[in-house]
Ligand binder design. Sequence first.
Ligand code: ZN
Length: 269
Amino acid sequence: MKPNIRLLLTVVVPCLAYGMPICAQETAAPNFSYTGDTGPAFWGEMSPTCATAPFARQSPVDIRRVIQDATLAPLDLILNTTSFTLDNPGYTIRAIPQVESVLMLNKVPFNLIEFHFHTLAEHTLDGQYPSMELHVVFQNPDTKNLAVIGVLYNIGRANRFLATLLTAGLPVKSTSPPVTVDSLNIGTAFTDTSSYYTYPGSLTTPPCSENVTWLVLQQPAQMSAAQYNAFRGILGNDFRPIQPLNGRVIRGTIKRANASDDQGTQPNE
Ligand SMILES: [Zn+2]
């Protein structure tokens, strides 16, 4: 398929102009989708980084075998209660904070720039899809590198953090006016921030920039079926297919393995 010039102009040019690694997420109208000829299989035509390559470090991945790393410390977070502006850029529900919060990673500060949702989840556990995933995106102001905390949701009891957003009112369409959520602390979205999986990856939407340190919380959160239906009804399928690890190792505060993986340790394989 020949390059889509319209897509190149609308996606690549703003990226170059503003030097913003998540610029595609900042545009008002989405240039990609999750189905058809703007779906994930064609994202590589919009941004070459999204294309499958032997040494690519793309996301999401299946979390299956995790090497325990005793040096991984609990996440170092300084979280402020602030108002957030919720909007719908056409492919997710996104919230932008009024006041910054900070994640310190190896003594390097990353500032909270936004959070957003995917249904189903993007990261899988032993090939199984949780119902939803929250991405809390932090960015280093100097390098523009990102650190994203992922929270996986299973259906269960109602979730207080999601209830706050639902009470404020989710923007249903890209044309819906932004919604202000007062006095929200993103910490209420997190489960146990001392237990997580981490690996080097990418944005899961074009331009698929490979500058993301992923931090997926080990303990899933719960959400009620009604809460799931409310998000799912707006988002539909907005999860990217699983990407190959290409030799990457997923480290964790705890080990993770399953029986079928043990065969992989045989010396003759
Ligand atoms: Zn995301």
